[in-house]
Design a binder for this molecule. Structure first.
Ligand SMILES: NC(=O)c1ccc[n+]([C@@H]2O[C@H](COP(=O)([O-])OP(=O)(O)OC[C@H]3O[C@@H](n4cnc5c(N)ncnc54)[C@H](O)[C@@H]3O)[C@@H](O)[C@H]2O)c1
Length: 125
C-alpha cells in the first residue's frame, strides 16, 4: 500500500456504506483521515461508520435539503471538509446502449448525476 499521510484530514464519502465507497473510506482511514460517511441507507451507514471508527449520517445526495442538513451535521463533527469523495449513485443496467431505455429521469440518473452535482456544489461552498 502506498504511504499517503492523511493525518489530521477530514473526509466525507458519499455512498460510503457499501461497495466502492466503503473501500475508499477504509483506505482513507488506513491513511490517517477521519471519515464521515453519508449514505441513503442510514442503518448501513451507521454500521460502516462503527466498523471504520468514523462517523455516519443518513443523507440523500439527490435532495438539496438532505445535503444541507448532512453538511451542517458534518461540520458539527469535524471543523472542515478537506476531502470530498462524491461516490454515491446507483449503477444502471449493464447492457448495450441501444438496447436500454433512456436513463434520463430514472432513479439511477437522479441518484448519480443530480446527486453528484448537488452534493459537490453545496459542500464546496
Ligand atoms: N461498480 C461498478 O462497476 C461501477 C462502474 C461505474 C460507476 N460506478 C459508480 O460508482 C459508484 C459506487 O458504485 P458501487 O458499485 O460501489 O455501488 P453500491 O450500490 O455498492 O454502493 C452505492 C452506495 O451509494 C448509496 N446511495 C445510492 N444513492 C444514494 C443517494 N441518493 N444518496 C446517498 N447515498 C446513495 C447506496 O445506498 C450504496 O450504499 C456509483 O455511483 C456507481 O454508479 C460503479
Amino acid at each position: 500500500m502506498n504511504q499517503l499521510d492523511l493525518n489530521g484530514r477530514n473526509a466525507v464519502v458519499t455512498g460510503g456504506a457499501s461497495g466502492l465507497g466503503f473501500a475508499i473510506a477504509e483506505r482513507l482511514v488506513a491513511s490517517g483521515a477521519k471519515v464521515v460517511i453519508w449514505d441513503l441507507n442510514g442503518e448501513a451507514a451507521h454500521a460502516a461508520g462503527r466498523k471504520l471508527g468514523g462517523s455516519s449520517i443518513a443523507a440523500d445526495v439527490s435532495d438539496v435539503t438532505s445535503v444541507a442538513s448532512a453538511l451542517q451535521k458534518t461540520l458539527a463533527i469535524v471543523p472542515a471538509i478537506d476531502i470530498f469523495i462524491n461516490n454515491a449513485g446507483i449503477s444502471g443496467p449493464n447492457a448495450k446502449l441501444w438496447s436500454t431505455r433512456s436513463m434520463i429521469g430514472s432513479k439511477s440518473s437522479r441518484s448519480t448525476s443530480k446527486g453528484r452535482s448537488i452534493a459537490a456544489g453545496r459542500s464546496c461552498r
